[in-house]
Design a protein around this ligand. Structure first.
Ligand SMILES: [Ca+2]
Ligand SMILES: [Ca+2]
Ligand SMILES: [Ca+2]
Ligand SMILES: [Ca+2]
Length: 555
C-alpha cells in the first residue's frame, strides 16, 4: 500500500522567473490520502553546504522537542512511520563545516490550510482615492551638483563616541536613540506641541545620545557626531543594514529638523561602521530641500538583490514624497536614484515619507514600503501606505483597517520582519498619536496587502491614553529564525522601549529597556528604536517544499 502511494509522489516546482531559484510550498495530497509517510523536497542552498538537517514534530515550534535527522547532502527525503491521523510540522536547516543556517519555512502535514497564507481579504476599506498605478521612480531633481559636497570630512565634526565601545559588530544589539530636545519647526503639527513642552526644559546635556543594549544591559552610549546639531535638536532616527556586504550591520542616522537654520541638519546623515565607529556622512542631493528642512528618515534593504543593502533616505515635510537611494561605495554614500510616493496630491502638499524595506514575497530582493504622515494638519494620509518593488515601481496600496484612526490622523510608520517563519517578511505598522499603542500586521498576498493580526497594545496604559504612537524595528534577537519587534515611543514614553517576541510566541513582551537620562525621560521620553539581529549565513536561506501523494489525473 505504501509503495502504491509512493508511486504517486512527485515533485512539482514552480519556477517563476528564469535564473531565480523560486519555489512555492505546496502540499500535493488528495483529500482521502492519509499517508503514514511524507516526502519532502527543498531547493538547494545557493552556497556550498555539507548537508541538510530535517526537523519534524507535532508542534509548530520546532525549536522544542523536534526529531532531527541529518539527511546528508540531498534535496529530498521521505519520512516514514508517521502516526496516522496526527499533524506534523517539518523544516530543514543547511550546514557546512562552520555554521548552520536558520530554519527554512515550516510546512504542515496534513495541510489543513491554517498555516499557509489565506488570501481572504479582511480589509473593508479600499484605498479609494488613489490612482491604481503610480508615477514613481527616477525623478530628476534640480541639479545633482551643489556647492555643498555630498559627503564631507568627518574631521570637522566631533567624533561622537561618549563612552568606550565594547559592542562587537557581529553581536545582537538593541539601539535606542533620543528624540528632539529643543524647539524645532517643520515637523508634523500633531507633534509640535509635544516638542514645545520638551523645549521648555533646559537643553539636555547629552542630546543626540544613542544607547546600545545587549540583552537588557546598557553596554555603550554613542552620540550623533555633530555637536552643533545636538545642541539645537539632537534627535537621532536610526536604521541598521549591511551596506558593505560583509554580513555585519552598519548604522544609518538621520537627523530631525532645525527651524530657521538652512545649514543644520542640511540633509546630512551619518554612517556608523559595524563596531559603531564613524564611517562618515552622506547628504541628500537636493539643495533646495536641504535649505528649507533637511530632515530625513532612514531605511536599509537589498532592493536590487546583490547581497548588499542600499540606503534609503526619505524626505520630511517639503520633500514632496521623495526618497533618495544611495549605495555605499569606496567609503561614501553615492546617489543611485530617486523614488517618489505614487500619490500626486500628497506629494504636491509637500508630504514626508518614512521608508522601510523587507522581502515580502518569495524572491531574493527587498521590496519598499512607504509610510506617510500628516502634512501640517492640512493633508492627512488616511492610513495609507504604499508598497513598491525594489525598482521603485508601484505594487499596491495598503490602508490601516481602522477608519476612526484614519480619519483623525492616519499616519503610518512601517517596518518589515519575518515574525512567523514564513521565510518572507510581514509589514508591521507603527501608528501615530491617538493610536493607543496598537500595531497592525499585514501580509503581501497575491498582489495586495491583507491584515493578518493586531499586536496587543504596546506601552503603559497612561502612555497609550495620552499619546499612543509607536515606532518599530524588527530583527531576530535569539536566532530562532523569527524576528522580534522592538517598539519605541513618542513624547511621554519615558525613554522606554519594549521588545516583543515573534508571532509564534504571541508577541509577548520579552523585556523593557529604558534610556539612562532620567531628566530626558521625564521631560520628553521619545525613543527611536533599531535592532541588529542575527543574520542567516549568506545564501543559506531557502524554502522547503513538501510533497505528498496525489491521485493520478483522470482521463
Ligand atoms: Ca557591514
Ligand atoms: Ca543591494
Ligand atoms: Ca522580494
Ligand atoms: Ca527570534
Amino acid at each position: 500500500m505504501e509503495n502504491l502511494r509512493s508511486s504517486f509522489f512527485f515533485k512539482r516546482y514552480f519556477p517563476v522567473f528564469p535564473g531565480l531559484v523560486f519555489f512555492v510550498a505546496a502540499l500535493l495530497c488528495a483529500t482521502d490520502c492519509r499517508a503514514e509517510q511524507v516526502k519532502l523536497a527543498w531547493d538547494p542552498s545557493p552556497d556550498t553546504v555539507t548537508g541538510y538537517i530535517l526537523f519534524y514534530g507535532e508542534q509548530s515550534d520546532l525549536t522544542k522537542s523536534a526529531t532531527a535527522i541529518d539527511v546528508g547532502n540531498v534535496l529530498q527525503y521521505t519520512v516514514i512511520n508517521l502516526a496516522a491521523g496526527k499533524t506534523y510540522y517539518f523544516a530543514v536547516k543547511a550546514y557546512n563545516a562552520d555554521v548552520q543556517s536558520g530554519f527554512s519555512n515550516i510546512v504542515k502535514y496534513p495541510d489543513t490550510g491554517t498555516t499557509t497564507t489565506s488570501a481572504a481579504s479582511t480589509s473593508s476599506i479600499p484605498p479609494n482615492t488613489l490612482p491604481a498605478t503610480s508615477s514613481s521612480s527616477s525623478v530628476p531633481i534640480t541639479s545633482a551638483s551643489s556647492s555643498v559636497p555630498a559627503t564631507f570630512s568627518t574631521t570637522s565634526i566631533a567624533s561622537g563616541i561618549l563612552t568606550t565601545t565594547t559592542a562587537e559588530g557581529e553581536g545582537n544589539h538593541i539601539m535606542g536613540a533620543k528624540g528632539a530636545g529643543s524647539t524645532t519647526g517643520g515637523t508634523p503639527a500633531v507633534e509640535s506641541e509635544h516638542r514645545a513642552s520638551a523645549a521648555a526644559d533646559p537643553a539636555f546635556t547629552d542630546q543626540g545620545a544613542i544607547a546600545i543594549f545587549e540583552n537588557s544591559d546598557l553596554v555603550s552610549q554613542l552620540s550623533v557626531g555633530w555637536d552643533a546639531y545636538n545642541a539645537l535638536n539632537g534627535e537621532a532616527r536610526i536604521a541598521t543594514g549591511d551596506i558593505d556586504g560583509d554580513g555585519k550591520d552598519e548604522v544609518i542616522i538621520c537627523l530631525g529638523p532645525v527651524a530657521g537654520n538652512a545649514e543644520i541638519p542640511g540633509g546630512k546623515f551619518q554612517i556608523l561602521d559595524d563596531d559603531f565607529t564613524n564611517l562618515g556622512w552622506g547628504q541628500i542631493e537636493w539643495p533646495d530641500y536641504n535649505a528649507i528642512n533637511g530632515e530625513c528618515w532612514p531605511a536599509c534593504g537589498d532592493i536590487d538583490g546583490d547581497g548588499v543593502d542600499e540606503i534609503l533616505i526619505g524626505m520630511g515635510v517639503g520633500g514632496q514624497g521623495r526618497i533618495e537611494v544611495f549605495k555605499f561605495k569606496n567609503g561614501q554614500a553615492v546617489h543611485e536614484k530617486w523614488i517618489k510616493v505614487g500619490w500626486e496630491e500628497y506629494c504636491e502638499a509637500g508630504g514626508g515619507v518614512r521608508p522601510a524595506c523587507g522581502n515580502i514575497n518569495f524572491d531574493r530582493k527587498d521590496e519598499i514600503i512607504l509610510g506617510l504622515y500628516p502634512v501640517n494638519d492640512v493633508f492627512l494620509p488616511e492610513g495609507k501606505f504604499e508598497v513598491l518593488n525594489g525598482n521603485g515601481k508601484h505594487l499596491t496600496w495598503g490602508v490601516v483597517d481602522w477608519p476612526e484612526y484614519n480619519a483623525l490622523n492616519g499616519e503610518t510608520r512601517p517596518a518589515c520582519g519575518d515574525i512567523n517563519r514564513t521565510v518572507r517578511d510581514e509589514i508591521l505598522l507603527g501608528l501615530g498619536p491617538g493610536s493607543g499603542g496598537r500595531i497592525p500586521v499585514y501580509s503581501y498576498i497575491l498582489g495586495a496587502v491583507t491584515l493578518k493580526t493586531w499586536l496587543s497594545p504596546a506601552g503603559e496604559p497612561a502612555y497609550r491614553d495620552e499619546n499612543g504612537e509607536t515606532r518599530l524595528s524588527c530583527g531576530d534577537m535569539d536566532g530562532d529564525g523569527m524576528d522580534e519587534i522592538l517598539v519605541g515611543f513618542g513624547h511621554g514614553g519615558q525613554g522606554m522601549m519594549e521588545l516583543h517576541d515573534d508571532g509564534l510566541h504571541d508577541f509577548s513582551v520579552i523585556s523593557r529597556l529604558q534610556m539612562s537620562d532620567e531628566d530626558y525621560n521625564m521631560a520628553s521620553g521619545e525613543t527611536y528604536p533599531a535592532i541588529r539581529g542575527k543574520k542567516l549565513p549568506k545564501g543559506m536561506n531557502f524554502f522547503l517544499k513538501l510533497t505528498g501523494g496525489e491521485k493520478p489525473k483522470q482521463h
